[in-house]
Each structure stands twice: as structure tokens, then as C-alpha cells.
Write a protein that binds this ligand. Structure first.
Ligand SMILES: *Cc1c(COP(=O)(O)O)cnc(C)c1O
Length: 402
């Protein structure tokens, strides 16, 4: 913290957002024995409606989490077990906690600034109809972050450490979780190489930062508006052997130009990327995975070959479809299989499920004109479970304790 000590920030934040009782709990990071835990969340702040009216991602919740490792981490190149063990040892020495949202102080020689040594995650907290605040499959985000850390020579935070930090961030910002049905609190965890290291080597020390932004619902009706996609043949998002399979921060800046071009020059909502070798197999759309429903009802989604990000929404939708009795195939999916499809949709934490209205490939537009019955069915099941309005039979949601 640049302007106040961590302790001061901690106290201010907790007093502002939680009241005295919850303060003890969050500050200590454990339950004080005199406090009875409850799943009943504090109510939303009175100006939440005004905050949700602002552009997506422009409003930040008052608290963030920031942990910094203190001991030098030297990434093992051997098996995953070593990295998990050594990572856990390094995070066990981390200092920090919940503090006021604000600028980070980092060295200009930080690994993340010079060499992009960093990754992010995306999650959401939802307010349920019965007054709880829930998060969706947080262990999956933690495990994915661990894999990304391995790829980028960063210490993998233990699953429990990661999930507890996320929960603390949500608890501290409970007043900024919108009312049920009005929106969500988007959570952005990051693992960053913040230690100074001028040479091209892994940074000596790391930060886990989690901040949050209250966001409105993408759609008011039953489903998001269908998106029109430009099939991108010149630029690629990921290549074999690269970092496309993890949420490395460096994967995203190169997609800004093609995305802008698709909007400005082609009038489309986003790009659909193809494989970088044959330019024939569909991969991903921005930060979303893609699904195609064939005329015979089979659902196809590109398999995880290393160039595709393993979405938690993707894995959940596969499960939901299988529970509905559908056949889901994970394999290479060609552009022809997409345009021959009955319906198609994209999935990701930010949008949930979003139907594809059309794809334009080499100047030829193909529109999906069916009733999108399956897209709607999976949308309702997923968002129902996430927001707590449908019973969670799969153990996917976890309520925050106060
Ligand atoms: C984050 C992301 C996704 C979606 O992952 P979810 O866990 O479902 O949010 C898909 N593709 C890319 C490239 C991503 O960065």
C-alpha cells in the first residue's frame, strides 16, 4: 500500500463494509470462537443500482486481497508434485490480506511488467434468493491457476489458500454483491511475478491479488442477444506448444487488434479463432469456449489440445448436457461442422452462455435460424444453479460464511 499501512487499510475497509462483528472474522482470517458463523449475507449497498448502471468493469469494489511471497521461489522443472510442494512452502510465508482497493506498488523491474510473467482468473459471486452469497466451483479456478503457474514458472498457490483468499475478498465486499437477478460481483484473481529481476529469469517473489467489480446482468430476458462472429483467418490466438491453454496475461493483448478490426471493419461482435496450422478447425471466441449442436443432436466442442483454454463453464456445460442425456464429443471441430450445425453457442464466466447468431467466413455469412432450444435449456440450468434459484445437485456452489 502506498499511502497507508496494511493494518490501517484493513481496519478501514472492514469497518466500512462489514460492521464490527464480521470485522473480527475477516481480519483474523479464521472464525473467532465467540462468533457464530452464518450463511446470511449482509444486504447490498444502497447505491448498488447506480453502480450497475455504469459501463461493464468500470466500478471496483472497496476491498481487495493482496498476498506477497517473501521467500525466493526457484521453479522446479521436474514433475508437478515438486512445484506444488515448493509453491505451498513459498505461499506459507506470504504476508498480506484484505485491504482497501487501490494502486499496487511494484518495481519497474518486476517480472510481470517486463516479461508478462502473470496470469489471471475470472469468477463471480452470486446472491441467492434465500439471502446467501455463493461462488461457483472455486476449486476448479484454483487448480487451473496452479497449472498456469507451472507453465509460467510461478509458485502455484495451494487450492485452499487460493479459495480462502477469494472468499475473504467476497466477504469483505458483500455490500457490493448485487441483489439476486440484478447482477453479480465479478472477481479477478491474479498471480503476478512482482519481484525485481532484470535478466530473463523467473521473478524471485510473487503476488496473489484479488479485486472485484459489481456487474449487471448481460441480459434482461431469458437469454443473451445472439452474437455475430467474424471467422479470423489472419491472426491466431494460440499456437501449439505456446501458452494458449493457460490464462497467461500475455495471451490477451494480441487479440485486441483483431477484435477491434472485426468490430470496425466487419461490423461483427467478436472473432472466432481457427487453429494456426490448417486454418480450418475452430478454437475459441475471445475469452469464451464454443459449442456446436449438430442436426442429429450431437454436441461438439473443440478438445483441449493445449491451444484451448479449459473453461470451467465449458466443463460444467458438458456435464449438464450429459445429465440431459445428450452425447457430447470433444474433438477437433471444423468450420464446416460449425456452419452445418443446428445451433451454436459460446460459454465463459463473464457471459455464462451466449447464442451465436451468425458466423462469417471468407466473406460468406451463415446464420443460425433455429429456435435455440438446447442453448436456452443449458443457459437456464447453469444460471439457475449459479444464482441459487435451481437446486444444486452437483455440489457446484459454495456459500460464503459471515
Ligand atoms: C477464461 C477463458 C475462457 C472461459 O473460461 P471460464 O472458466 O468458463 O470462464 C475461455 N477461453 C479463454 C481464452 C479464456 O481466457
Amino acid at each position: 500500500m502506498a499511502t497507508q499501512t496494511r493494518e490501517q487499510a484493513q481496519t478501514n475497509v472492514d469497518r466500512d463494509t462489514l460492521g464490527a462483528g464480521a470485522n473480527l472474522h475477516v481480519a483474523a482470517g479464521v472464525v473467532s470462537s465467540s462468533l457464530k458463523r452464518t450463511l446470511r449475507a449482509p444486504p447490498p449497498s444502497r447505491d448498488i443500482k447506480a453502480l450497475l448502471a455504469k459501463p461493464w468493469g468500470q466500478v471496483f469494489a472497496p476491498s481487495m486481497c493482496h498476498y506477497e511471497t517473501t521467500e525466493r521461489y526457484d521453479a522446479p522443472v521436474g514433475d508437478d508434485e515438486d512445484a506444488l510442494e515448493e509453491g505451498a512452502a513459498v505461499w506459507a510465508t506470504a504476508t498480506g490480506g484484505v485491504m482497501a482497493y487501490g494502486p499496487l506498488q511494484v518495481s519497474p523491474a518486476a517480472g510481470v511488467l517486463n516479461y508478462g510473467q502473470g496470469l489471471f482468473e475470472g469468477m463471480k459471486a452470486y446472491r441467492t434468493p434465500d439471502g446467501r452469497i455463493a461462488i461457483f466451483r472455486p476449486e476448479e479456478n484454483a487448480k487451473r491457476a496452479q497449472e498456469g503457474c507451472r507453465r509460467l514458472c510461478m509458485p502455484p498457490p495451494p487450492v485452499k489458500f487460493f479459495v480462502d483468499a477469494v472468499k475473504r475478498c467476497v466477504a469483505a465486499n458483500a455490500s457490493h454483491v448485487p441483489p439476486h437477478g440484478m447482477g453479480t460481483l465479478y472477481l479477478r484473481p491474479m498471480v503476478l511475478g512482482t519481484g525485481a529481476q532484470l535478466g530473463l529469469f523467473p521473478a524471485p517473489t510473487y503476488s496473489l491479488v484479488i479485486y472485484a467489480s459489481p456487474v449487471g446482468s448481460y441480459f434482461r430476458g431469458k437469454q443473451a442477444d445472439p452474437i455475430d462472429l467474424h471467422v479470423e483467418t489472419r491472426f491466431h490466438r494460440a499456437c501449439s506448444g505456446g501458452s494458449g491453454g493457460v490464462k497467461a496475461i500475455g495471451n490477451y493483448a494480441p487479440t485486441l487488434l483483431p477484435q477491434k478490426k472485426a468490430k470496425k471493419e466487419a461490423g461483427k461482435d467478436n472473432c472466432l479463432y481457427l487453429d494456426s496450422v490448417e486454418n480450418r478447425y475452430i478454437e475459441e471466441v475471445g475469452t469464451c469456449n464454443i459449442f456446436v449442436v449438430a442436426k442429429d443432436g450431437t454436441v461438439r466442442t473443440p478438445s483441449l489440445t493445449g491451444t484451448i483454454l479449459s473453461g470451467i463453464t465449458r466443463m460444467s456445460i458438458i456435464q449438464i448436457l450429459r445429465d440431459m442425456g445428450r452425447t457430447v464429443v470433444e474433438e477437433r471441430v471444423s468450420i464446416d461442422q460449425l456452419t452445418d450445425g443446428e445451433e451454436a453457442f459460446v460459454t465463459g464466466t463473464a457471459v455464462g452462455v451466449c447464442p451465436i447468431g451468425s458466423v462469417t467466413f471468407n466473406g460468406v455469412q451463415h446464420s443460425f435460424t433455429g429456435d435455440r432450444a438446447l442453448t436456452l435449456a443449458v443457459t437456464e440450468e447453469l444460471s439457475g444453479v449459479q444464482t441459487g434459484s435451481i437446486e444444486d445437485r452437483r455440489g457446484w456452489i459454495e456459500a460464503i460464511e459471515f
